[in-house]
Design a binder for this molecule. Structure first.
Ligand SMILES: O=P(O)(O)OC[C@H]1O[C@H](OP(=O)(O)OP(=O)(O)O)[C@H](O)[C@@H]1O
Ligand SMILES: NC(=O)CC[C@H](N)C(=O)O
Ligand code: SF4
Ligand SMILES: [Mg+2]
Length: 443
């Protein structure tokens, strides 16, 4: 499974530098490439590179401007190349986007869904002579997930798809107007959060002000995985704290799926608050028995299984003193392909753990995602192997239990979530044949 991208945009003083700083704080959303577009003498200028923000962009090559947008990429279409990196621009406009356009293949052959967006918007702009109208036409035809920024020399447009699959937030930093995938980045830069871009809303940001228009008003279906894994714990999505959701996922796990153990161990990083909740509720002490290598990346969002396993090889150390002779309750936020679990259970057994009971803070992932996360095939999902006994034997655990969907909703505190990867029910506009989507999105 690969996940999201991060977008950040600024209108006002110091736009390029603030965008660069913002991207660093969204690094957990994409590690493949980073880029920034700004407006210089009426034209779009774009710099991008492969790798983490610090590797991809040289601050000395960035020019200060009054308007800029940026991107960190976790690809769900195409490949990890500089030409496919975002922002994707021509002289007039630049786009930076988090999501997946599920129906992009209906419109022709494109290297990525982002290329389709740029192509569509450019043609509509030519036809209509107005970028806001072009953006609305895009909303009419596009299906899937998009938290999208469009930059021109006149304005920065921010829009969120009608279901609000991915987060998007507007705020202000030192008088400059900003838009970011997550509010935590705005707060950490000393700014104040104005609020979420609502699902189906189009926001136009200019130097003189922000105007907002609700273009579609449908029931939202925000990605449950943003709360479970993707977003930073210090973010708040649509008014709900990610940290609180995660602690509650752990509390509900302890209540509904208890385990007999001597210690609770989180798989760092994203399952830490879940393990804390489990430990508090069960009374079993928490031990940080897995140490995450400082320089390690997120494994799940790497672009191939080979790269995921390369990351995992270096990612964890085991504190033998903490686990030796102990019955371990091992907590993770999710099992997708099972790469992480298989490796960790072997290491914990080597470290002397006597029993390992795995408890997962989300339901079984059985269906692919085509809305911004990259696990496009049913066959790669561990949960499709069989029941929990079969899964436990595959990963080498004494037992494995997952949260049920209703328990997850209770923990997060909202029902209007996308749960397609658990249920197979896709909150999309169109009807699709799953096998066809598997072929289109497999890379
Ligand atoms: O079953 P898998 O296919 O291995 O995927 C699931 C794992 O991947 C993610 O961690 P990741 O390493 O991406 O990042 P983290 O350090 O933020 O937890 C997630 O938190 C699980 O640990
Ligand atoms: N994770 C994302 O948001 C991916 C954006 C876009 N689909 C790409 O492949 O570049
Ligand atoms: S299918 Fe799963 S990962 Fe994809 S948007 Fe829905 S909840 Fe999120
Ligand atoms: Mg993890």
């Amino acid at each position: 499974m690969k996940e999201h991208c991060g977008v950040f945009g600024v209108v006002g003083e110091d736009a390029t530098r603030l965008t660069y700083e913002g991207l660093k704080l969204l690094q957990h959303r994409g590690q493949e490439s980073a880029g920034i577009s700004w407006i210089e003498r009426g034209s779009v200028v774009t710099k991008k590179g492969l790798g983490l923000v610090g590797e991809a962009l040289d601050p000395k090559e960035l020019r200060n401007a009054q308007m800029a947008i940026g991107h960190v990429r976790y690809s769900t279409t195409g490949s990890t190349t500089i030409t496919e990196a975002q922002p994707l621009s021509n002289e007039r406009i630049s786009v930076s986007f988090n999501g997946t356009i599920t129906n992009h293949f209906h419109f022709g052959e494109f290297a990525t869904d982002t290329e389709f967006i740029l192509n569509f918007l450019s043609k509509e702009l030519e036809r209509e002579g107005d970028l806001v109208r072009a953006a609305k036409s895009f909303m009419d035809v596009a299906d899937g997930a998009y938290s999208l920024l469009i930059l021109s020399d006149e304005e920065l447009i921010a829009m969120r798809d009608p279901r609000g699959f991915r987060p998007l937030v507007v705020g202000e930093i030192d008088g400059s107007k900003v838009v970011s995938s997550e509010d935590s980045a705005i707060k950490q830069l000393g700014g104040k959060v104005i609020g979420s871009v609502h699902p189906g809303e189009l926001v136009v940001i200019k130097e003189k002000g922000i105007s907002r228009e609700s273009v579609y008003n449908l029931p939202s279906a925000t990605c449950a995985f943003e709360y479970i894994y993707f977003s930073r714990s210090d973010s708040v999505i649509d008014g709900i704290s990610v940290y609180t959701s995660r602690v509650r996922l752990g509390e509900l796990l302890a209540e509904r799926h208890p385990a007999k153990g001597d210690i609770v161990v989180p798989v760092p990083d994203s399952s830490r608050p879940i393990a804390l909740g489990f430990s508090r509720k069960s009374g079993i002490p928490l031990e940080e028995a897995l140490v995450r290598t400082v320089s390690s990346k997120r494994s799940f969002i790497m672009p191939s299984n080979e790269k995921r396993n390369e990351v995992l090889k270096e990612k964890f150390g085991v504190v033998e003193r903490a686990v030796s002779g102990k019955r371990v309750v091992l907590i993770d936020d999710s099992i997708v392909r099972g790469n992480t679990m298989k490796r960790l259970i072997a290491s914990l057994r080597n470290g002397g753990a006597t029993e390992i009971h795995v408890r997962i803070g989300s339901p079984m992932i059985r269906y692919p995602c085509y809305m911004g996360i990259d696990f496009p095939r049913r066959s790669e999902l561990l949960a499709n192997l069989g029941d929990i006994k079969r899964i436990a034997s595959e990963v080498g655990a004494d037992s494995v239990e997952y949260l049920e969907t209703d328990e997850m909703e209770r923990a997060i505190g909202r029902k209007n979530l996308c749960e397609a990867c658990f249920s197979g029910v896709y909150p999309l506009k169109g009807k699709y044949d799953l096998s066809k989507l598997e072929r289109v999105f497999s890379r």
